[in-house]
Design a protein around this ligand. Sequence first.
Ligand SMILES: NC(=O)c1ccc[n+]([C@@H]2O[C@H](COP(=O)([O-])OP(=O)(O)OC[C@H]3O[C@@H](n4cnc5c(N)ncnc54)[C@H](O)[C@@H]3O)[C@@H](O)[C@H]2O)c1
Ligand SMILES: [Zn+2]
Length: 369
Amino acid sequence: MESITVRSSASRYLVVFGRGALARLRPMLRRLPDCTGFFIITSRRVWSKCGARITRAMPKLHAGHIVFMDDAERAKNLDAVEGICRDLLRAGADRGSVIVAAGGGVVGDVAGYAAASYLRGVRLAHVPTTLMAQIDSSIGGKTGVNLPEGKNLIGAFYSPNLVVADPELLRTLPQRQYRSALYEVIKYGVIGDIDLFEFLENNMKLVLSRDAKAVDWIMRRCVSAKARIVTKDEKESGLRQILNFGHTLGHALEAETKYRRFLHGEAVGWGMIAATSAAMAAGRINLHQSMRIADLITSVGPLPSLDGINVARLMQMMQNDKKARAGGIRWVLPRRVGEVEFAVKLNANLALAAIFKAPAFVVEHGATN
Ligand SMILES: NC(=O)c1ccc[n+]([C@@H]2O[C@H](COP(=O)([O-])OP(=O)(O)OC[C@H]3O[C@@H](n4cnc5c(N)ncnc54)[C@H](O)[C@@H]3O)[C@@H](O)[C@H]2O)c1
Ligand SMILES: [Zn+2]
């Protein structure tokens, strides 16, 4: 078990991670001053798998202090936030309450936004239960919900007071969910960690089998990277944009398929392939480097197909993305493994062609595994 401090404009908080981290939950929560009660926000599925272990690690919970939400991506909306706030009110949550968000990225994002809004803000702790949430979404204070027009278009930067990420909670996580997070792990490799990238190249089978040592090592690399990046640039005015590698198209794919076809990480997998293909077409990365990226992405397993997706509408969705500013979509493009450039404007035709060609790009450059 290790810990790392993240600094935000409002405060600083500890991310405790690694096997056994859950044992730190109760003492750390008890340390929060003037706390009038703890309220868990979770989903029924998460709670059926992890509830007993989390309850044992919590300070005493009062009846009615567990609020359930639907954690399907298509239910990540403002209705969910309203439902949670009304349940919190009914259960007696006040300004001294602490919300404990127990679940994957959907629970974390929605519960985080509810915590930011309820009574104009109550304290928040994350107990992430998916690999995605443990290595990425629970850290950095981005909270929010989707609109039909696009992903995460409503939200707030709202830092937690504590994150406790214990990989023991991942035992019941379905394999597809686990794999989905591996695309984000690859992202960390491409944007700045050659050692992580090479580890994945050499050990993908081990990683896919969830070898404990491999998972722990990966987690340390990703958590440290995320903590470092969001401490440097909390509100995404510069450096933090690199974390959006693969996300401009990824978010559009999720929204365009009504949040049903792709898991978030899978959409990001396609997004990274398209960005790499676009970088190649623009002469910003060489063939060998782009093949390594495409190879590693395809080695995680098959991605849901892009069949039937309207590329023109995808472009429109991408314009709606938060990363798009007046003057067009800004891309995060790989220069080589371990280095990306951000805020790159691409010729629209070239970007369109890159998306069209993404599946062919995989067949040509990434099918060696
Ligand atoms: N805020 C951020 O910085 C940030 C970063 C990355 C991703 N995200 C968001 O996170 C979301 C994706 O999160 P996710 O990949 O964690 O998926 P998720 O929250 O949709 O959870 C995946 C599924 O796994 C189930 N589950 C969760 N933990 C489990 C466990 N331990 N055992 C068995 N089942 C379990 C859930 O009930 C759910 O059905 C997306 O909405 C994405 O936009 C946010
Ligand atoms: Zn993501």
